[in-house]
Design a binder for this molecule. Sequence first.
Ligand code: AKB
Length: 325
Amino acid sequence: MPKNVMRRILVTGATGQIGSELVPELRRINGDENVIVGVHRRPPSDELKDAGPCEKVDVTDRESIEKVVDEYEIDTLYHMAAILSAGGEKNPWLAWDVNMNGTYNILEVARERSMARVFIPSSIAAFGPETPRDNTPQETILKPRTMYGLTKVAGELLCNYYFEKFGLDVRGVRYPGIISYKTPPGGGTTDYAVEIFYEALKHKKYTCFLSEDSTLPMMYMPDCIKATVDLMDADLSKLKHHTDFNLAAISFSPKELAEEIKKHIPELAVSYEPDSRQAIADSWPKTIDDSAAREEWGWRPSYDLAAMTEDMLKNLRIRYETGQL
Ligand code: AKB
C-alpha cells in the first residue's frame, strides 16, 4: 500500500477515545470524504460530523458493517470498537459479543471483499499474572483473567490466522493505557490517568481507584495515533509480527503522575481508595519491551511523563476556559 494512495476507510468505534482522534488524522491524510465514522453507542462530535460521512455501524450485526462497506467501497478498516477491561468485568457477555463476534464479523467482511488492510488493536490486557511484569517480552505467557484480556488474546490469534490462511493484511498493537484530553476513555483500568487531570484542574483533589504504587504502561494520544498510522503504512515485507506488537512509551505509578501534576498545581491533594480494578492492574505489566515494533517499523515515542503532563494541562485549561468543558 504505497503512502500516496488514497484509501477508502471505515473506522468502527470512531467516537471513542482513540477513534475520535484517529479519524481527523486519517481524514487529513486521505481526505474528509474518504474516512467514514462508524457510530454506535456514543454520538459523534460536531468536529467528526461536520467534516465527513458518519454512518451507524454495530459491529455485532454483520449486515450493518456490510451495508456501509459496500455503499462507500471501503478498502481499509480500523476496528476500534471494544468493551474495555473494567466495563468487561461488569458485563462479560457484552464484552464477548462486541470483542469476539465484532472482530470475527470485521475479519469476515474484510476477507470476503479482499480488503487492502485491516487494523485491529490488542492491549496490555492480553497479559496476565504469570507474565513477567518488568520489560515484558514480545513472546511471553498470555493467560489474562479478564474477559477483555482473553478476547484480546483470541483476537490476536484470530487475526494472525486470517493473515496466514487467507492472506488478509491484518495489523495490530498491544495498546498501553492511553492519555488524552479530547474524548474521555470509558470502562478501562488505566482511566485514572485521564480523570486525575480533569479533577486536578477543577477541584484540586482526586481519589484514585488504584494504589499509589500501581505502575502501568501508558502513552500520550499523539504517540498512539502516530503508532497506529505508522504501523498501517509499514512495508509488509519488513514485518515479522503482524497482529500483536508490544508498544511502549511511558510507565508510571499514580503517585509519580500526581507528583508530576503537582509541579504545575501544587495544591493538588490525591488520596487512594483501590477498588476491584486494582486486581486487574496487579495482573498487568509495569514496563514493556517493544523492540520488535522499533526494529520492524521504526516505532519511537515522542512524549515522556513531563511533556505529556504539561501538554495535557495546557490543553485541558484551554477547554475549561473556552467553555468546552
Ligand atoms: C483498559 O484499561 O482496559 C484499557 C487498556 C489498557 O486496554 N485502557
